[in-house]
Design a binder for this molecule. Structure first.
Ligand code: ADP
Ligand code: MG
Length: 550
């Protein structure tokens, strides 16, 4: 674990953000559970997070009166880190560190709790789950073992006490018993947390001689960012919120706000990340935004609010008129949710369009990271097809590095060219080396070079753009109009006669595998190539379907 800790962190201060985030989650969970089950025996009158420092004992405690954990949960949720210490896990951490400042990428790995061991040589956790009688104490020195015992007198919720290492500012190990330092860190990382984070400034009252404990001070502003006027919120605040909910360590590429009034009111604060998550294309990848109802957290990963091809978008949607008991099933069918999804989709796509118009670099990053996913929408969502095509760009023979839009392609089309040509393949190089390209190259006709698996599917599904057909150069008969008209049809007929014997022989030899052998005008150097019928699957697509078991 020491190895892990040292390979993750560049800034030790983030341990406090992790503990405060966990406490905030625990409070959200309790409030929701209580709203759904009034009989739950839990006190929700003053939900908050408390931070206590004790200079003499050199301890820092982060408390919450949230949902807490049962004995078994502590074992599972807190006690299992040693199991994850595989080589691959470390590898991932190292790679992630290479990518960026690596500042607090912990949440992504579900090891936020353990960040406490950066600044402490012993951590004690006492917790009691809301509604249960007995509590649990967990303690560890972070050396691979821990103790776990039942306790009788634990308050509801969780308190985590760090026995701090000696301060060592040169190694970024600050004095975390200093209230100024605590204030600064909470302000910086946790200002947006919806629960009050309170601290008693003078530390534990013991020993300071006064009778009354000093009044606790609230360190954060506690206002939901999406509910505050736009110009009162700084970019930094938005970005911190993004990092919290997106489990990311980099700033987002774009922040999107939307406010809907009328019969169905809602506020949305969405973010386009700067990089794709590693599980973007796995079946059970996390997707969707957080759903709140009037500032009450309802659920994470609410997939009903955005279509699957926008699954990388992070953020918060706060709907005023939904029931707190709303379920995922109900959301899928709700008419208002459907309207909201359309509106949010439109807004995201128009934001990308603006980005494309104003900031090529950022757009290029966006398209590199998410273009493949967005193109899925061309297949699944005919309604937004045009909006997606407007922001889509593709590699093309027109330029070695700069991608082109369909619009630009059409503007460059030669006189007499009626179709938009493309070829799919594994890589740009593989496509450029394909014999199918020869005739197009020799005639100077531009071809789009499509390398994503989804390209075959959408090109088929979309069919045309501005009245121009999208045509694969590997399919069907292609008449490019001959360069020298004389040798066209008459010449070909004559050639066909001339080669009839050879063609017939080939046909016989290959009869099991092909439909027809014919002379072609699409080649200039290669002797032969394989062509699909216009409506056949291409080999790549056949492979894809086969891989999917169809
Ligand atoms: P993550 O927050 O990314 O899931 P953590 O290591 O921070 O990973 O926490 C692991 C789990 O332990 C949490 O998902 C949560 O279930 C539980 N947990 C941590 N802190 C608390 C807390 N203060 N109250 C209740 N549960 C907690
Ligand atoms: Mg956490």
């Amino acid at each position: 674990m020491q190895l892990m800790i040292h390979s993750i962190y560049s800034n030790k201060d983030v341990f406090l953000r992790e503990l405060v985030s966990n406490a905030s989650d625990a409070l959200d969970k309790l409030r929701l559970e209580k709203l759904r089950d009034d009989a739950l025996d839990a006190d929700v009158s003053d939900l908050h997070i408390g931070i206590d420092v004790d200079k003499e004992a050199r301890t820092l405690t982060v408390r919450d009166n949230g949902i807490g954990m049962s004995y078994d949960e502590v074992g599972q949720l807190i006690g299992t880190i040693a199991n994850s210490g595989t080589a691959q896990f470390l590898q991932e951490l190292r790679e992630a560190k290479d990518e960026a400042g690596a500042e607090g990428l912990i949440g992504r790995f579900g090891v936020g709790f353990y960040s406490g061991f950066m600044v402490a040589d012993e951590v004690t956790l006492v917790t009691r789950r809301a509604g249960e009688d007995r509590g649990t104490r967990w303690s560890s020195r972070g050396e691979g073992t821990y103790t776990l015992e039942a306790v009788d007198d634990a308050p509801q919720g969780t308190s985590i006490t760090l026995h701090l290492k000696p301060a060592d500012p040169e190694n970024q190990l600050h004095d975390y018993t200093d209230p100024w330092k605590i204030r600064e860190i909470v302000k910086r990382y946790s200002d947006f947390i919806t629960w009050p984070v309170r601290m008693v400034p003078e530390g534990s009252a013991a020993g300071d001689g006064s009778d009354e404990a000093p009044a606790p001070e609230t360190l954060n502003s506690t206002k939901a960012l999406w509910a505050r006027p736009r110009d009162e919120v700084s970019d930094d605040e938005y970005h911190e919120l993004y990092k919290h909910i997106g489990h990311d360590w980099q700033d987002p590429l774009e922040t999107i706000r939307l406010q809907a009034e009328g019969t169905f009111e809602y506020q949305a604060l969405l973010f386009l990340p700067a990089h794709a998550p590693h599980d973007l294309f796995t079946r059970d990848s996390k997707r969707g935004v957080q759903l709140y109802v009037k500032r009450v957290f309802i659920m994470d990963d609410c997939e009903a609010l955005l279509p699957p091809y926008l699954r990388f978008v992070k953020g918060v949607v706060d709907a005023a008129d939904l029931s707190l008991n709303v379920s995922r099933e109900i959301l899928q069918q709700d008419r208002h949710i459907e309207m909201m999804r359309r509106r949010l989709t439109k807004k995201v796509l128009s934001t990308v369009k603006d980005m494309k118009a104003k900031d090529q670099d950022r757009y290029a990053t966006f398209w590199r990271e998410f273009g493949t996913v967005l193109k899925e929408g061309l297949v699944t969502d005919p309604e937004t097809r045009d909006a997606i095509l407007a922001v889509a760009s593709f590699a093309s023979t027109h330029d070695d590095t700069e991608p082109t839009t369909l619009k630009q392609y059409v503007e460059r089309m030669k006189d007499g060219q009626d179709d938009i040509y493309y070829l799919t393949g594994e890589s740009r190089q593989a496509i450029e080396n394909s014999p199918h390209m020869e005739a197009f190259r020799s005639r100077g006709i531009e071809v789009l070079l499509l390398t994503d698996a989804v390209d075959e599917v959408w090109a088929d599904a979309v069919g045309e753009y501005e009245g121009k057909r999208l045509r694969s150069v590997a399919k069907g008969q292609i008449d490019l109009g001959s360069e020298d008209e004389d040798s066209s049809d008459g010449g070909r007929e004559q050639q066909a006669e001339e080669y009839a014997g050879l063609l017939g022989w080939m046909q016989e030899q290959l009869d099991e595998d092909i439909k027809e052998v014919r002379l072609s005008s699409r080649l200039t150097v290669s002797p032969a190539c394989i062509v699909s019928d216009a409506h056949d699957l291409t080999p790549a697509l056949e492979n894809m379907y086969r891989a999917m078991g169809q």
